[in-house]
Design a protein. Structure first.
Length: 366
């Protein structure tokens, strides 16, 4: 048998006549371990643009308040200490999710290495899909909610926030001195026009200095965004624009259709297609601001990311399931905004319909 030191799951798909016992449990576990480490690193890197990791169940909101310089007597007086007060709390859910594997001792004696590799690849696909769903829920759901923390022993309730949704929390004063009032709402609705696209970007940009705004849209809406007045497209490298044709400085990646920058709005925001953005929605994020989301992970480092969950730690390959603990909630509520331009947008913002994560009894988890 060839050396297994550099095998990955794609290599193992060719071993359809070799059982796990014949291949070697240690060898197989090493390959699967490398694959899980790779997918965990890749997903963390992909999320880093808009989500920071935390193991905390709850954090204080960014400090707000009304800081002011005060006039004093320079010889005798000292002003009262101004302490920044948190505007509220930020809670983050933690879900326990699994993809059943059933790698029992009897199964491993009979199953081919290729079958085990396919199961692992399916677990990886399910994990990435669950992360995508969690991100979508956190960004596009406009309501706050109470999450019952069923993973931790104390089962304490957690108050999870959406992006700025008019719930009364006042955004902090900006470095330029701009102040806001209660009722600030980043869930917008209306037709897809150049004016509304500009408004979406400004809803985020007005809270910060040194902005770099990216607008994420569905590939299904790419043509509509390209048709906006003033939109400057990226062109493929094989196309040279004429002297009187304006284009954005950048190259369109023709190898990607659902995950690529496609051009620039007149206000300088880059429009980027993303496969997890629903049709009829646009998400603006200030990538120079603090991350709008937090991904809560388990406090135990060995239970972070996707891992094989075996009853016998000494035999990790004999696992009943691939398991992951995570959840998303809004943290920097002002760093992102959503615009809905789908059917009936005149009636206001409408959240996408999400399929629920079902538990083993068929019930739904919030």
């Amino acid at each position: 048998m060839a050396s297994t030191g550099t095998h990955d799951l794609q290599d193992l798909l060719n071993y359809d006549k070799v059982t796990a016992e014949q291949y070697g449990y240690d060898n197989l576990n090493e390959v699967i371990g490398r694959e899980l480490s790779a997918v965990n690193a890749a997903t963390t890197a992909a999320l880093a643009l808009f989500a920071a990791d935390t193991t905390e169940r709850q954090e204080g909101a960014p400090t707000g308040g009304n800081p002011r310089m005060v006039r004093i007597d320079p010889d005798y007086a000292r002003s009262r200490t101004q302490r920044g007060m948190s505007a509220g709390k930020r809670g983050y859910p933690l879900h326990a999710l699994e993809y059943a594997a059933g790698f029992t001792a009897m199964y491993l004696r009979q199953a081919s290495v290729a079958e085990i590799a396919r199961t692992t690849l399916n677990a990886r696909l399910a994990y990435v899909g669950a992360l995508r769903d969690g991100v979508m829920r956190a960004f596009f759901t406009p309501t706050n909610y109470t999450f019952q923390d069923y993973v931790t022993p104390d089962r304490m309730p957690v108050e999870v926030k959406a992006l700025a949704n008019g719930d009364g929390e006042v955004p902090p004063i900006t470095a330029a001195g701009k102040r806001f009032t209660a009722g600030h709402n980043h869930y917008l609705a209306g037709p897809l026009t150049a004016e509304n696209a500009d408004r979406l970007v400004k809803e985020v940009a007005e809270h910060y200095e040194g902005n770099r705004i990216v607008v994420y849209v569905s590939a299904d809406d790419e043509a509509a965004w390209r048709g906006l007045s003033g939109f400057l497209p990226y062109l493929p490298a094989s196309i040279v624009a004429g002297q009187i044709q304006a284009q954005a400085v950048g190259t369109l990646d023709i190898t990607q259709t659902d995950d690529r920058p496609i051009g620039v709005l007149p206000n300088g925001a880059v429009v980027h297609t993303k496969p997890w953005v629903p049709h009829g929605y646009a998400l603006a994020i200030n990538v120079n601001a603090p991350k709008p989301l937090r991904r809560r992970l388990h406090k135990n480092p060995a239970m972070q990311g996707l891992f094989l969950n075996a009853e016998n730690i000494a035999a990790p390959l004999q696992a009943q399931a691939f398991t992951a603990f995570f959840g998303f909630g809004a943290a920097e509520r002002w760093a992102a905004a959503v615009h809905y331009f789908g059917p009936n947008h005149a009636s206001g913002y409408r959240a996408p319909e999400f399929s629920e994560w079902a538990d083993d009894e068929g019930g739904d988890l919030a």
